[in-house]
Every structure is written in C-alpha cells, then in structure tokens.
Design a protein around this ligand. Sequence first.
Ligand code: AMP
Length: 215
Amino acid sequence: MKIILLGPPGAGKGTQAKKLISEFQVPQISTGDMLRQAVRDGTPLGQKAGPIMQAGQLVPDQLVIDLFEDRISKPDAGRGFILDGFPRTAIQAQKLDQLLESRKQSLDAVVSIDVPEEALVARMAGRRSCPKDGSVYHVTQSPPKKAGVCDHCSTPLIQRDDDKEDRIRERLRVYSQQTAPLKDYYRERGLLREIPGVGAPDAILTEIKRAVVDP
Ligand code: AMP
C-alpha cells in the first residue's frame, strides 16, 4: 500500500500514519520526524534545517528530496509506505513521481485530511511531546496521566518551538500557499480522497481505510 497523507500541520497526519502502518504493515515515512532527528543529532543537515523549521518555513526542496530518496531506498519501503509530510511542494511531488516511476511503483491514494483553521491552532498550541521517546499528548484532549511528564518514561514534556501560536499561523500560511495546491495535482490524476479530520481518531481512520481500499 502506497499512500500520501496530505493536510495542514495539526490535521492528525502523524496520528493516522501510526495507525495505518499497523493496518497495512508498511513503514511511515515522515520527513518532519527525520529532520527533527537530524536537528537533535546536530548533523550538517540538522544545523541547516533547524532555524528554518523553527521559523515555520519549508526546508529547501533539494535537502528534503535527498533525505527522502535515501529513506525510500531502504528495503522496508519496497512493499509500500505511508508518507506523512512529503511531498509539500510541486517540485517534491514531481520528484516523487519520477522516483516511483523508476522503481515501477505507483501510488494507491492521496488522502487529504481537512480541518478548519481555528481547530488546527487549538490542537497544535496544546500539543506536548516527549523529547525522549516521541510520545505525543494534548493538554486537554489527551493529557498524560501525570501533568507535564511522559506516561512511558517520566521525561518532562516539551512544546515544539514551531507549535507556538505565531509559528503555527506561519506554518498554516505556508501550507495554503505551497502544499494545498498539490490537492489539484493529485485530483487531476484521480488519486485524491478528501476526508474530514474532525472527530474521534478511530472514526477518521475508518473513513481513511474506506477511501483507500474502496474509493
Ligand atoms: P512536520 O512535522 O511534518 O509538520 O514538519 C515540521 C517542519 O519540518 C516543517 O514545518 C518544515 O520546516 C520541515 N519539513 C518537513 N517536511 C518537509 C518537506 N517535505 N519539505 C520541506 N520542509 C519540510
């Protein structure tokens, strides 16, 4: 199964990707997670990408494409993948088409998870994560058992720099300008499935599965 999850930051792409990987037994490929790891590791890529990510801007296409190409060449991605946060620009979408064509692969579906802007801001501003194991919480919607610390490893939770409200607004602006036009790109190819991303995560998962398996 080869699926792209499209949708603004905070739409729940990461949450749904994690559910879909166990459904379909394919890896999640999240360029955002890979870039955050590079920042934590202090690699040359991380040093370049860090300030750009903090500002809520997109990392230059070529850096992300190189990172993605490397990841999709790993054996576990041979059977399929759930793409979360890639592609984000027309150039990345075209590069993905070329990469898949050269591997004689094609996409099964592009799922756009749609959520109104104010709901996105509320979701992201309340998001907290564990810097150690990556677990994600929300201060009101899915709080940890003990306020401020990870349920699994008791590490103090943090708020991502790019989840501060001014950065969130900037990321949403960047999304509507550079990434939302990809909906037309995939609609023209008959691949786009639009799913409302409001409600219980498992109900949204059911809708996604239905749209992917039985469009
Ligand atoms: P995410 O966790 O997917 O929201 O990504 C966090 C940040 O990483 C984004 O705001 C961008 O700065 C950067 N990023 C992730 N994926 C991409 C991509 N495909 N192209 C450019 N920048 C990206």
